[in-house]
Design a protein. Sequence first.
Length: 385
Amino acid sequence: MLSAQTIARVKATIPVLASAGPAVTQHFYQRMFAHNPELKDVFNLSNQRSGRQPAALFAAVAAYAQHIENPQVLAAAVERIAQKHTSFVVKPEQYAIVGKHLLATLQELAPDTFDSDTTAAWAEAYQFLAGIFIDREGTLYAQHKAAEGGWEGERAFRLAAKVAESEKVTSFYFEPADGGAVMAFEPGQYIGIKVKPSQGDYQEIRQYSLSAASNGKGYRISVKREDQGLVSNFLHDELAVGDEVALMPPAGDFFLDTQSQAPVVLVSAGVGLTPMMSMLETLAQQQPGRVVQFLHACENQIQHSFKARQQELAKAHGVPLRYWYNDQHGLMDLAPIRYELPLADGLFYLCGPIGFMAAIKGQLLALGVSGERIHYEAFGPHAEL
Ligand SMILES: Cc1cc2nc3c(=O)[nH]c(=O)nc-3n(C[C@H](O)[C@H](O)[C@H](O)COP(=O)(O)OP(=O)(O)OC[C@H]3O[C@@H](n4cnc5c(N)ncnc54)[C@H](O)[C@@H]3O)c2cc1C
Ligand code: HEM
């Protein structure tokens, strides 16, 4: 446990960090990549460029210091980050590297604030938090290894099929190159994929939600081609049936609660429907009697992936489907259908752009849905809605 003095010293630096803003995180990543260029194969450099990720590390350490007295708040964040770290195969020894550059950055940028006492307090706080992550990630790695069909870290998979689902989304079916089984996953979870696109200088790791129910034999992901996107364009244009990639075991804390019988509402926009397809298929297989609705928004009809499959599952299991094509129907608006939604007891699963999810969450809260029944996944660095 950290002493009250250590917590007070770390907390006292938060205003300094906040006023320094992105400069601190930029300095940190530049420093770390200059000294440890091997980490360029681990971090998503596009997220670095966009500035979406760099703030996360410092924010997490500072938030941790701030909420140290309230472990409930931290537990959910630690779980989400640890799950994501495993999909990058973050290793225990890398915590020392990150910690070293983090402390050096603080001292280099604000030498007056980060005297030896304050730096020592930060070192202690960092070490404590790193220990929590290392423990949790160690447990997850051991569970991955022990699971039937499981493995630790990277495993070679072969592309078995590639199927276009709409104008911009294509599904990729992977099977293990060793011919073995694959571990089960929860509907909503994602895998990490590591590839070396010919356009880039480094190996790249990305996360993709599994877009079909768990079947023990292989995994399906469905990827949208992004403008200037390194990995999505590589997968669409270069990866051919028979080629191998490395996959990391399924991870993530956003998944359908299949123990519950509560009504479910799946709400997606664009390619955010991938985890919903896995949930819908799993519901059809495992809980055919559960009350489910599927609400989906996309730009127009030709961007609508999996339409036929959704309709087939919906028809077989009595699931109402509602679509908003933005060019015809405008944005998703829940007010007109509020009497048909299980506002009092339903579980709501959201996936799509941050702006979309924030708008839907706002509508749900206004309709009286409690925040803890609203779950969501961001297809990038996590954001609070
Ligand atoms: C948990 C999770 C689940 C996900 N599931 C899915 C899924 O099911 N399906 C899916 O399609 N995606 C999913 N994603 C997103 C996916 O991981 C990738 O982020 C996405 O495919 C883009 O990767 P990329 O390498 O193609 O693009 P990147 O190269 O990472 O670029 C991302 C964006 O940055 C911008 N950019 C990059 N380089 C430049 C440049 N030089 N100049 C200007 N702008 C630039 C572009 O707008 C580009 O679209 C998920 C992400 C997470 C975290
Ligand atoms: C105590 C130390 C650490 C903290 C507090 C921390 C915190 C975070 C946070 C908050 C995120 C964003 C999670 C999200 O998007 O939901 C993240 C992502 C990530 N972390 Fe860590 N982390 C730590 C250590 C490490 C280490 C040691 C490594 C490995 C070198 C690492 C590699 C990554 C990577 C690769 C990502 C994803 C980045 C991206 O999406 O571009 N982290 N971390």
